[in-house]
Design a binder for this molecule. Structure first.
Ligand SMILES: *Cc1c(COP(=O)(O)O)cnc(C)c1O
Length: 439
């Protein structure tokens, strides 16, 4: 009997993170200081981030040990299962073999605790007492709230207003884990007040919420800021996903995947899944297609430019060389709140520019249609963000139905959608507006 759920024991859990910076064909362009436009000095970042994370951000060591305290918490839900989606395969009549790595088993319901726990650990170690952050759909805020609770840190979350209103239960989850939550734009910061003065009805955006969280961190003693995606150290922490998946595919008797898929907001779950495979591709040992899936409403790879841009609306962050729709771009209020970010991880942006990663974009209704198909075959109700990956997988598997090719398709199932049922209800009862990035 072939297995459907490929499980690793706790002993098989990776004890190092993989740092792709050691293997990139060319170095990433350095972040620029927003005032001088010169490469930032590491000490310039110290008001925002703790020293150990700044060091990780620029490290070129190929492997970085996962601290024991972090591994102890990872063990609450890791290793996560890799599941063969046999019922979906049967439904699509595809000869492809589809596997999903299920990150929804974490207490917060997504991959985000993989980095939240690591970031809270390093902040605690370096003397931080309080972390501030932004959140879109609430996935990141809830992951960080939980991680702060584990390490005795206070946590303040600026939540994009449209999600604050659409997703009240994520707010309750953050409160349950002890965080303070404010809808953004708020009147607590100059950045928030400036936006509200221009547009009192502002729906908010991740770019605005980041400005507020950074301003709060740099103006409050013992506080630092934490980002849930985009940065090198965040993708680093997420590589546990791909490292586990590689072991699991071997256990399943697969030689190598033909296609690896993930949805992309800032690029962290995609990077975490794909980078350990990319290591083999960069060495010239393996080939596969890496597909990053975005919403048409906020398509930073396909529609954005590859250039230096700020990470936030108030231009407080260093500039990163990345694919971007512009720091003042406010995406339409699609339900995949976690994909409403104007920029893309510099690592993913460079791999895309080098042709090592492909991008696809889909609209809300076709994405929810795919999610419903997945729920009716595999049972899982995935997050609206994750549903973008599901849509791309179904399309690739259908091509195999036509061609008869037995491709191995693996995707990162980044989270469950139990707190997104309002969006499912809208889709099931009245369909959703289909918006592209021009609104
Ligand atoms: C936040 C989130 C994403 C998007 O963020 P990335 O950094 O691109 O991974 C995707 N899926 C889920 C479930 C999320 O919570």
């Amino acid at each position: 009997m072939e297995e459907s759920r490929i499980i690793l024991s706790e002993k098989e859990m990776p004890t190092v993170w993989y740092n792709v910076l050691a293997d990139l064909p060319r170095p990433l362009d350095p972040p620029l200081h927003p005032a001088t436009m010169q490469p930032v000095k590491l000490e310039d970042l110290e008001p925002i981030f703790p020293k150990s994370l700044i060091e990780q951000e620029v490290s070129t060591s190929r492997y970085i040990d996962i601290p024991g305290e972090v591994l102890d918490i990872y063990r609450l839900w890791r290793p996560t299962p890799l599941v063969r989606a046999r019922k979906l395969e049967a439904f699509l009549k595809t000869p492809a073999r589809i596997y999903y790595k299920y990150e929804g088993t974490s207490p917060a319901g997504s991959h985000k605790p993989n980095t939240a726990v690591a970031q809270a650990y390093y902040n605690k170690k370096d003397g931080t007492k309080r972390l501030t952050t932004e959140t879109g759909a609430g996935q990141w805020g809830s992951a960080l709230a939980m991680a702060c609770q584990f390490f005795g840190l206070e946590c303040t979350v600026y939540m994009v207003r449209v999600s604050y209103e659409q997703k009240p239960y994520r707010r309750v989850l953050m409160h349950t884990w002890g965080a303070e939550v404010y809808p953004s734009p708020s009147d607590r910061t100059k950045a928030g007040r400036d936006i509200l003065a221009k547009d009192p009805q502002s729906l908010g955006s991740l770019g605005i919420a980041i400005s507020e969280a950074i301003e709060d961190a740099v103006t409050t003693p013992h506080s630092k800021y934490s980002l849930g995606s985009v940065l090198n150290h965040v993708l680093l922490h997420q590589t546990v996903i791909g490292e586990e998946a590689k072991l699991q595919l071997e256990k399943a008797g697969e030689k190598y995947p033909d296609i690896v898929v993930g949805c992309v907001g800032g690029g962290s779950n995609f990077g975490g899944m794909v980078l350990p495979f990319m290591r083999d591709k960069l060495k010239g040992e393996k080939t596969f297609r890496a597909i990053a899936v975005e919403p048409t409403a906020c398509s930073s790879l396909l529609r954005g430019r590859y250039e230096y841009d700020y990470g936030d609306v108030a231009k407080n962050t260093p500039l990163l060389k990345m694919h971007t729709l512009g720091h003042d771009f406010i995406p339409p209020a699609i339900h995949a709140g976690g994909l409403r970010y104007h920029g893309m991880a510099p690592i993913v942006s460079l791999l895309y520019a080098l042709g090592l990663v492909e991008a696809q974009a889909y609209k809300q209704n076709e994405v929810f249609e795919a999610a419903v198909t997945f729920a009716r075959t595999e049972g899982l109700v995935v997050a609206p963000e994750t549903a973008h990956a599901v849509k791309a997988v179904i399309e690739e598997a259908k091509k195999c139905t036509m061609s008869g090719e037995e491709k191995v398709i693996v995707f990162n199932c980044s989270g469950h959608g139990f707190l997104d049922l309002g969006a499912y209800e809208l889709y099931l009862t009245q369909k959703l507006p289909d918006v592209n990035h021009n609104g």
